[in-house]
Structures are given as C-alpha cells and as structure tokens.
Design a protein around this ligand. Structure first.
Ligand code: THU
Length: 128
C-alpha cells in the first residue's frame, strides 16, 4: 500500500466534528516503519491538533526520530497545504529534501519538499 493510501485509510478515523474537515497523514520513518495520524478537534477550538502532528507524535512514541517521507490527504478542491505550525514541526524531524505528497480524496496529488514548504526553517542550530 502506498503512503497516500495509508493516509487515506486512517483519515476515516479523523475526529473533526467542528470543521467536518477530516485529514489523514502517513509518515515513513527512518526505520521503514509507517506511522499514522489524524486531526483531532476539541470544543475549545485552539486545542485541536493536525494530522501531521498526530503522525509525528506516533513516530516519536514508536521510537523513530527521522521522517523519510510523508503523505497528507483531505477531501478538498486542491491538495491542502500544511499549516505553518505543521511545516515547522516537519522541519524538525525531516531534511529539507524529504518528499511531501499532498493529496485529495478526489484524485489529485502534488509532490513538494519540506524545504519548499518552509525555506529557512528555525532550527536547533539557531540557538547555538
Ligand atoms: N488540518 C490538518 O490536520 N492538517 C493540515 O495540513 C491542514 C488542516 C486540520 C486542522 C483542523 O482540524 C481542520 O483541518 C481544519 O483546519
């Protein structure tokens, strides 16, 4: 199964009663293991978490620390761009060249990279 298919499958479990906008994410980590995440919303809206953040949390809990590839999918008129916070989160755990596939359940897909999503990301080395 492709990473996009993994993301599409887990998207069904997204908890998005407020926006009704379900998102799924699948990360292939350095070990080869695939980690999944969905958006989880909350009645206190800012407490909600994105699918990408969920997949990163699963990856860290699973003992991996590096992202080799990630796919994100939603039911949208165009492949949904990850939010700014998720771009920063991805940059923490992925090299700039890491492939990011943004897909829709309507059959569209576009490929980009972590560096294209967030050029000049703030990093640990900036705090030296
Ligand atoms: N969302 C994600 O999970 N990932 C994205 O890349 C874009 C937005 C979620 C957050 C919120 O639950 C819903 O989509 C609408 O913003």
């Amino acid at each position: 199964m492709s990473l996009v298919e993994d993301a599409a499958r887990v998207r069904e479990n997204a908890y998005a009663p407020y926006s009704r906008f379900k998102v799924g994410a699948a990360i292939r980590a350095g070990s080869g293991q695939v980690y999944l995440g969905v958006n989880v919303e909350n009645a206190a809206y800012p407490e909600g978490t994105c699918a990408e953040a969920g997949a990163i949390a699963a990856m860290i809990a699973g003992g991996d620390t590096r992202i080799d590839e990630i796919a994100v999918i939603a039911d949208a008129p165009r492949p949904v761009p990850p939010c700014g916070g998720c771009r920063q989160k991805l940059a923490e755990f992925a090299g700039g060249g890491v492939k990011v596939t943004l897909a829709t359940t309507r059959g569209q897909a576009m490929e980009t990279t972590v560096a294209d999503l967030l050029p000049g990301a703030f990093a640990e080395t900036d705090m030296a």
